[in-house]
Design a protein around this ligand. Structure first.
Ligand SMILES: [Zn+2]
Length: 119
């Protein structure tokens, strides 16, 4: 039973990325671009990144947009398509987890070993 529980938690803890992290896109049309994470969908393992993956959406007329028509909005991308850009060394990096003395977990940059704190 204990095993099942830890399995269930895995997808969320595996993400290791948080809102407001700066990420670099490493796959797809927007490869090489960087942006800030606006939203994280842990269950879907998807994120929305500012300025990345614009999708056109057809909208019906509304109060904000009386004409209706097409608006462009960031669409979700899979988290595996991005790498977190370390705020300390400025490089896209893999994230490591370090357990601190008080038992809390901190994210560390595998590149420079500094802690990554999301703003
Ligand atoms: Zn670093």
């Amino acid at each position: 039973m204990g095993l099942f529980k830890s399995n269930k938690r895995e997808p969320v803890s595996k993400l290791n990325i948080r809102k407001n992290d700066i990420v670099r896109v490493i796959a797809g049309e927007d490869r090489g671009m960087e942006g800030k994470i606006l939203k994280v969908f842990p269950k879907k393992q998807q994120i929305i990144v500012e300025g990345i993956n614009f999708i056109k959406r057809h909208t019906k007329p509304s109060q904000d947009n009386p004409q209706g028509g097409i608006i462009e909005k960031e669409g979700p991308i899979h988290f595996s398509n991005v790498m977190v850009v370390c705020p300390n060394c400025g490089n896209p990096t893999r994230i490591g987890i370090k357990v601190l003395e008080d038992g809390s977990r901190a994210r560390i940059c595998r590149n420079c070993s500094e802690m990554i704190v999301s703003s």
